[in-house]
Design a protein around this ligand. Structure first.
Ligand code: FE2
Length: 295
């Protein structure tokens, strides 16, 4: 399989640029991160996606073991900004991926156009005080988005403001109106990023998809990340008794409590891991060994 053709801009943002972007993210609920990719390398990447695209029985996607599936999550500039959107701590948390969503819609396919919604209900914010989101979406659109391309629409500020609804609650009509003032449309903003940009979205914002009118296929990659505090500074293996508790967990709460976001590896995953370790070793390693927990 070909190496992903898309290339990153390695030069990091300045402190001032980050501050500006984080301020916009907190005020509006989304921000465009400019020039995270080298523009001329985006089209060749999209061409590769076309070649490896599969239909999994439900939707078009790409194989989850393809490097193309994860490649954009390495983007240095996006990774640089992410921790600042997740916590005010001086000792910034490590962002950790918890989900990947690949949206591929071929010509004219409008089967997945989400209506106005919030991915998360706001996490306790009755006043004006800012609460950091528990997860953030990092999204890539891989083309210059115009209204013709079916951009994501947002209502800026609604990640903090619970009084605004984009639908008329009596009729559920899909119009953005201010409650008690049906004449005045809410300020809806389309996210017009360029192919070399990334987007950070606070999932508490009202947002929706729109139908694409331009010819061609829509590719959107979304990576969800949440913060992990790292006061203890190291990544370790878990004690075996915890491993036991994780594997034998009888309910979701225990599974998450003992193991975190992902399920324990099953045989298929173990085989894949073994293969990866073998390849790493064959290539001369080093096969990285993390500490056992301090038990
Ligand atoms: Fe959504």
């Amino acid at each position: 399989m070909d190496k992903p053709a898309i290339e990153f801009v390695e030069e990091l943002y300045s402190k001032e640029e980050i501050e500006k972007m984080v301020t916009q993210f907190q005020e509006k609920g989304y921000v465009i991160l400019p020039d995270v990719f080298k523009r001329e390398t985006v089209d060749p990447f999209v061409k590769q996606l076309e070649e490896i695209m599969i239909f999994d029985g439900l939707k078009n996607t790409i194989p989850h073991n393809s490097p193309h599936y994860i490649h954009c999550a390495y983007t240095p500039r996006a990774r640089q900004v992410l921790p600042y959107t997740l916590s005010h701590l001086n000792s910034k948390p490590y962002p950790c991926l918890n989900t990947t969503i690949i949206i591929i819609q071929k010509d004219g396919d409008t089967s997945y156009i989400p209506e106005w919604h919030k991915d998360h209900s706001p996490e306790g914010m009755p006043g004006k005080e800012y609460y950091y989101p528990s997860t953030v979406f990092l999204a890539f659109y891989f083309e210059d988005m115009t209204d013709e391309h079916g951009p994501t629409l947002t209502i800026p500020g609604t990640h903090r403001d619970l009084s605004i609804y984009p639908v008329d609650k009596n009729s559920y009509a899909d119009v953005a109106v201010i409650p008690d003032n049906d004449d005045k449309k809410l300020p809806v903003e389309a996210i017009h990023c360029r192919k070399q940009d990334a987007v950070l979205l606070d999932q508490r914002i009202w947002h929706r998809g729109t139908a694409r009118k331009a010819p061609g296929t829509r590719y959107i990659f979304v990576y969800g990340a949440y913060p992990i505090a790292h006061f203890y500074g190291t990544v370790t293996h878990m004690p075996e008794s915890q491993l036991h508790a994780w594997i034998h967990a009888k309910n979701m709460k225990d599974r998450v409590f003992f193991g975190g976001y992902f399920a324990p590896p099953d045989r298929e995953a173990l085989k894949a891991m073994e293969k990866e370790l073998d390849e790493l070793e064959k290539a001369g390693g080093p096969v990285r060994e993390f500490l056992r927990a301090a038990y």
